[in-house]
Write a protein of this length. Structure first.
Length: 94
């Protein structure tokens, strides 16, 4: 894998992690989730419940995507460390 791409993945992961740990964002996501659940419970038609469910699912997918970016960054970081180890071995042993 390309070193530049890996480093970009690590940077993206750091940004995603910062967002996931941001109290304002966490509060906003929790508020929206509860609001969607409340609207879903009060919905009178299956169509209305479906629409709210899609909104709730979109909110969940947003959070899942950020978590995936963080996980990919951890993998990229490990790959960078392995590349560095290999380069050091190569220099040492030719």
């Amino acid at each position: 894998m390309d070193d530049v791409k890996l480093r970009g993945d690590v940077r993206d992961a750091q940004s995603a992690h910062t967002l996931l740990e941001n109290e304002t964002l966490k509060d906003a996501l929790a508020y929206l989730e509860q609001a969607y659940i409340d609207v879903w419970r009060a919905a009178k038609t299956p169509q209305a419940r479906d629409e709210v469910w899609y909104n709730l699912r979109g909110l969940q997918r947003f959070q899942e995507h950020l978590n995936t970016v963080v996980a990919n960054g951890r993998l990229a970081d490990a790959q960078i460390a392995e590349l560095v180890r290999m380069q050091k071995r190569e220099k040492r042993y030719g």
